[in-house]
Design a protein around this ligand. Sequence first.
Ligand SMILES: Cc1cc2nc3c(=O)[nH]c(=O)nc-3n(C[C@H](O)[C@H](O)[C@H](O)COP(=O)(O)O)c2cc1C
Length: 325
Amino acid sequence: MKTRITELFGIEHPIIQGGMHFVGFAEMAAAVSNAGGLGIITGLTQGTPEKLSKEIARCREMTDKPFGVNLTFLPSVTPPDYPGFVKAIIDSGVKAVETAGNNPQKWLPPLQEAGIKVIHKCTSVRHSLKAEAIGCDAVSVDGFECGGHPGEDDVPNMILLPRAAEELKIPFVASGGMADGRSLVASLAMGAEGMNMGTRFIATKEAPVHENVKLALVAASELDTRLVMRPLRNTERVLTNAAVERLLEKEKALGANIKFEDVIEEVAGVYPRIMINGEMEAGAWSCGMVAGLIHDIPTVKELIDRIMAEAEQIIRQRLEGFLAA
Ligand SMILES: Cc1cc2nc3c(=O)[nH]c(=O)nc-3n(C[C@H](O)[C@H](O)[C@H](O)COP(=O)(O)O)c2cc1C
């Protein structure tokens, strides 16, 4: 399939794997890129620019296809070494960066001068237009369904994507709730040039996470996610568990007086315990409503091939068939 996104990143299929903390290691990114999509290494998970350089080198040993790096700009008292991470990315020769969180404007000139294409993840039309205005090459439009941080506007993709298409000139991919060929065709119909998946890629053979995490996704339904940290204006969609329900009880009890310190036990430092050790009750971890559409644990290539075959079948048979009469 050829779209503005496949052209921009030099990939075969218009499918991107969004950055995921403690999931987006070299194994994940390489598997997606080898299957014809765009795999993304999650920069901050590596902790330091030196470790990120090594992870990029490891990924390059596993694939000769294009892959990218996610850089998430978080509000933080002691910010990560962003200049160091940007330098590591440029020096590595990677040609795609997915930015997320705060405005990436400051980092665009060095990245783009190095020939790197930047796709910024946005949860609103307003932020997407801002990304276009500052010179981003593309946008990942992340609807309310998404795993991770959906923002505070709560606009689902059925509205958000066509609204983005009405306003944007740069290409965008649909993100949040994407799982299969139906998702891809719907995204294209609503004006996107491809799709970005997070949660769906975790339930694959190559995803470098504990088996318990994959089984939890297969077992979960679309009713099993919760929004946490909304009172802190840092809303995150997570899979429910005992820690999440405890966190929500605290939010209810403390109301407007709640502070980050009150929920720190349920959210800080929990990713390695969940993703590496498989301690499923350790805390809150990002997960999309799309869990309801995840019923198996295929290889990444099986998943992507299936998506592309299903998309083609929908376009050529189901949709074309409606016109035939
Ligand atoms: C476990 C997990 C961790 C994530 N970590 C990050 C992250 O560190 N940075 C980021 O920009 N997005 C992160 N995301 C969001 C994904 O990149 C993607 O935008 C989102 O998962 C799309 O929604 P979906 O899960 O419905 O496919 C994460 C998502 C998940 C499920």
